[in-house]
Design a protein around this ligand. Structure first.
Ligand code: SF4
Length: 423
């Protein structure tokens, strides 16, 4: 282990964090607090910068509390703003039985939530319904992020979702021409035909929220070496469309691109540019108009990323401690392997195992050891210096506990009205 860690720097206050991004509070829930304590105690025995390392405690014996699960790399759209374009439609698949075995193994060792997202379109996975039902039978919290092309498959599993689960559709437009230009679906499908299926799902089961995700894009934004279509002017139309089709909310977030150096996801706007000011003013006008459509049953959410952009506070989320502790609590399982962070899907420097990393006892032990090695060697201060990381706050919170383990005894479990284990 390196012994040159900078430790006692405190991050600036992060006033933009919404409750779903308050990961420190989530780790203090009574069911997760024992894992947090075990992790901190382990770190105090192996970190030379916090005392005399004894190395006596073993690597904590628990799986991630939460994972992002990419069911497939296959996608039936060709979105111009896709941050995962390089890893789509690869000829690599799960052995389905091993995938289920991995989920069971992780569940038995502390997994509590799964966000089905990313890589490709989850509803194109042949065993989509089977996997969702299996996870619900295991007692996991489950959320699904979809491009909307598989609404029939979402309807098939709707009866199994609970109050704390959620579904979010990445639609990003208020009119069909913009939807077509941004998403380039490979078969005939329209924005309206997707939204029209939401009320039917609500009729099956109104308990879980369904969201309309709107990534704001602006003129001049680039990704994958190409300009992307602007949708900024359609935010209000998208809001009306969502409300009229019984979505529970629209979530507005800024467009992300990839950094050249290490492929990390970053915001493509420089706070010093004139263009930044103009874009921010227009976004605010649109959000304010959209908010006029809010009711008791329909909300307009400005995401943490959007608020930090507007507050010019992105740099508060970029200064990471050297150690990223969240790698132990939240990982990404994809057909391409197991990774330490959603930002580093399919990046070698974030890899902790292959697609069967938690499929049996031996793999589980290896993966925990690999994770421990990465906790030591992955330098988040350097690797993530351009990333506006929503885990920045919780990483510093854990870092502080490692330096002041006496605070562990004062930590009290904080039950939430509806437990939320998504990290
Ligand atoms: S510091 Fe943030 S961006 Fe970097 S690996 Fe950790 S969670 Fe991911």
């Amino acid at each position: 282990m390196s012994d040159d860690r900078k430790t006692s720097e405190t991050p600036k206050k992060q006033i933009e964090l919404t409750p779903i991004h308050d990961f420190a509070s989530k780790l203090l829930q009574p069911e997760i607090l024992p894992q947090l304590r075990e992790y901190v105690e382990w770190q105090t025995t192996v970190r030379p910068d916090v005392g005399t390392p004894t190395g006596e405690l073993q690597v904590p014996d628990f799986a991630p509390v939460s994972i992002n699960l990419d069911l497939t790399t296959a996608c039936n759209y060709a979105c111009d703003h896709c941050v995962d374009m390089d890893i789509l439609n690869l000829p690599i698949r799960y052995d389905h039985d091993k995938l289920l075995a991995s989920l069971k193994m992780m569940r038995e060792r502390g997994l509590r939530s799964v966000i089905v997202i990313g890589g490709g379109e989850p509803t194109t996975y042949k065993f989509f319904s089977d996997t969702i039902r299996f996870m619900k039978d295991l007692g996991l919290q489950v959320s699904i992020v979809s491009n909307g092309s598989g609404m029939k498959r979402i309807a098939e599993i709707a009866d199994r979702l609970d109050e704390q689960d959620w579904v979010r559709l990445s639609l990003d437009s208020g009119t069909d021409p913009t939807f077509q230009a941004m998403h380039k679906p490979k078969r005939k499908i329209t924005l309206e035909s997707i939204c029209e299926q939401v009320p039917g799902i609500k009729d099956i089961n109104p308990r879980f929220p369904i969201g309309f995700s709107f990534i704001v894009t602006w003129k001049g934004a680039f990704i994958n070496d190409s300009k992307i279509v602007e949708n900024l002017g359609e935010m209000v139309q998208a809001t009306e469309l969502a409300k009229n089709n019984r979505f529970d909310y629209i979530a507005i977030k800024p467009f992300l691109t990839r950094a050249e150096a290490n492929n990390a996801e970053i915001v493509d706007l420089k706070e010093t540019d004139d263009h930044f000011d103009k874009v921010i003013v227009r976004i605010r006008e649109m959000v304010d108009q959209a908010k006029k459509h809010e009711t008791d049953s329909f909300k307009v959410y400005e995401t943490t990323n959007l608020k930090m952009l507007e507050n010019r506070s992105a740099s508060n989320y970029m200064h990471q401690p050297q150690t990223c502790h969240m790698q132990f609590f939240r990982q990404v399982l994809s057909p391409l392997g197991m990774y330490n962070c959603p930002v580093y899907r399919n990046q070698n420097h974030g890899r902790v195992g292959n697609l069967n990393a938690y499929a049996d006892e031996a793999s589980y032990d290896d993966t925990r050891k690999n994770t421990a090695k990465l906790i030591d060697s992955f330098n988040a201060t350097e690797q993530c210096k351009e990333v506006t990381c929503l885990y920045n706050h919780v990483n510093w919170f854990i870092e502080d506990l490692i330096h002041h383990p006496e605070k562990l005894a004062q930590l009290e479990g904080r039950a939430q009205k509806v437990p939320d284990y998504f990290l």
